[in-house]
Design a protein. Structure first.
Length: 380
C-alpha cells in the first residue's frame, strides 16, 4: 500500500456510506474528503458514526441543487499530494471538473465513480448534448469505476477509458453478524418484540418518493383477499406520506414507522418480514432486504415502468424475487400466489440470502476500488 492516501471526494457522508468508507480506509488507505450539506439538502452527513480519519473541506453550492457543488480541492491536494484521486461521475458535480482541470498541475490519476449514466438513460446512453458532454468527460478520466457489470458492458462499448466495477452495496458483514444474532433469538420472539401480529408481513424500506410508486403498492394491498392474514409495514419518510395516511384510514394493517437509522431496528423488521415490495425503481434497498433473506417483488422495466438503479443486477426473476406488471392487480395477484406457495417463498428467501452473501458482499466492493487504483498506479 502506498504511504500516500488515495483521496476520495464526496459531497456528504450519509449513514449508509459511513461503514463502506471505513472499509476503504482500513483496506486501501482511501481518505474521504467531504463537506457540509446545504440547508436545502435532503441528505445529511452522519458524522457520529465516523470513527476513522476524514477531511472536511469547504464548498459552494449552485443552481439550488444539492448535487451541484464545487469543493475546495486544494487543501487535500497540497497536504497529501496523492497519486490517485476519486470523484463522482456526475456532470453537475463541479468538484470533478475542477479536479480534471488541476490534474496536470498535481500529476494525479483521476478515477470517476458512480452510476455512469442516469437510470432513465440506460436504454439510450450518451444521446443529446448532455450525453455527449458526459462521454467527453469519461474519456478524459484515467479510469471509470461503476456500480454494476451491466453498466460496465454498456460503457465499454462507448468510451475508451478502462472500466472497473465496485458493486454498489451496503455493510453486508455487519448485516450477517446481526442476522446470526437474530436467528439465535428466533423469528417468533423477534416478531413478538417488534409487534408483528399477522401471519404474513410485507415490508417497504426506502424514501417515500413518487418514483417508488407507493400508489401501486397501497392499491395492490387494498386488493388482497380479506381472509389473508397480512400487514404492510412502511419504513421511510418523504412526499408520499400523505398518500399513505389516506390509505391507513381504511386499513388497520398498514403501519408506518418513519425514517429509522438504527440498523439493529431495521434488521428486526426485515427478519420478521416475508417479502419486500417496491413497485417503482429499486436501489440499495434490494441489498438490505436480501441480506436478511427477504425476497423482492418489483415491476418490469418498460416504456411505462420504472428505470431501476444498477443494483437491480442482483435481482433474478423466479429465483430471489418476482417481476410483475406496473399495475395494482398484477402486484396483488403475485402476492397471493407467493403467499399460497410456502415452498416457493422459502426457496426465494434462501436464494435472496445467497445473493447477498455471494454477489453483493463487501469484498466485491473493495475489490473494484483496488483494481481501479492499481491500474492507475501501474499505468503512469
Amino acid at each position: 500500500m502506498s504511504k500516500k492516501p488515495v483521496i476520495l471526494f464526496q459531497r456528504v457522508l450519509p449513514s449508509y456510506r459511513v461503514p463502506m468508507f471505513r472499509y476503504l480506509y482500513n483496506d486501501l488507505n482511501i481518505l474521504v474528503c467531504h463537506s457540509k450539506p446545504p440547508r436545502f439538502g435532503k441528505i445529511a452527513s452522519n458524522l457520529e458514526k465516523v470513527d476513522y480519519p476524514v477531511e472536511s473541506v469547504g464548498r459552494f453550492y449552485f443552481l439550488q441543487k444539492e448535487t451541484a457543488v464545487i469543493q475546495n480541492v486544494f487543501k487535500p491536494l497540497f497536504k497529501y499530494r496523492p497519486e490517485v484521486v476519486i470523484s463522482p461521475a456526475s456532470l453537475l458535480y463541479g468538484t470533478t471538473w475542477l479536479l480534471l482541470l488541476m490534474r496536470p498541475f498535481f500529476k494525479y490519476k483521476l478515477i470517476l465513480w458512480g452510476h455512469g449514466i442516469k437510470n432513465t438513460d440506460s436504454e439510450t446512453p450518451f444521446k443529446g448534448i448532455r450525453g455527449k458532454v458526459t462521454k467527453w468527460l469519461f474519456n478524459r478520466s484515467d479510469a471509470l469505476l461503476l456500480y454494476s457489470k451491466q453498466r460496465k458492458l454498456m460503457m465499454e462499448k462507448a468510451v475508451s477509458t478502462p472500466v472497473f466495477v465496485a458493486v454498489n452495496t451496503l455493510d453486508t458483514h455487519s448485516f450477517a453478524a446481526t442476522l446470526n444474532d437474530l436467528k439465535k433469538t428466533g423469528r417468533d420472539k423477534i416478531k413478538n418484540e417488534v409487534g408483528f401480529k399477522t401471519h404474513f408481513n410485507i415490508i417497504y424500506i426506502g424514501r417515500l418518493l413518487p418514483a417508488k410508486r407507493l400508489d401501486l403498492l397501497l392499491e395492490s394491498f387494498s386488493l388482497l383477499p380479506k381472509h389473508l392474514d397480512v400487514t404492510l409495514h412502511i419504513v421511510g419518510d418523504g412526499s408520499e406520506m400523505a398518500l399513505i395516511k389516506a390509505y391507513q384510514q381504511d386499513s388497520d394493517n398498514i403501519i408506518t414507522y418513519g425514517s429509522i437509522y438504527n440498523d439493529k431496528e431495521t434488521a428486526k423488521l426485515l427478519f420478521s418480514s416475508d417479502i419486500m415490495v417496491i413497485p417503482g425503481y429499486v436501489g440499495l434497498s434490494i441489498v438490505h432486504a436480501f441480506s436478511f433473506g427477504v425476497p423482492l417483488i418489483t415491476s418490469k422495466t418498460s416504456s411505462n415502468g420504472p428505470a431501476h438503479s444498477p443494483e437491480i443486477e442482483f435481482f433474478k426473476h423466479n429465483e430471489n424475487g418476482l417481476y410483475c406488471e406496473s399495475n395494482p392487480q398484477s402486484i396483488s395477484d403475485t402476492l397471493v400466489e407467493l403467499f399460497g406457495d410456502k415452498q416457493k417463498l422459502q426457496s426465494m428467501k434462501e436464494a435472496a440470502l445467497t445473493t447477498a452473501d455471494e454477489k453483493a458482499n463487501i469484498e466485491k466492493f473493495i475489490e473494484g476500488f483496488d483494481r481501479a487504483i492499481q491500474y492507475c498506479q501501474t499505468n503512469t
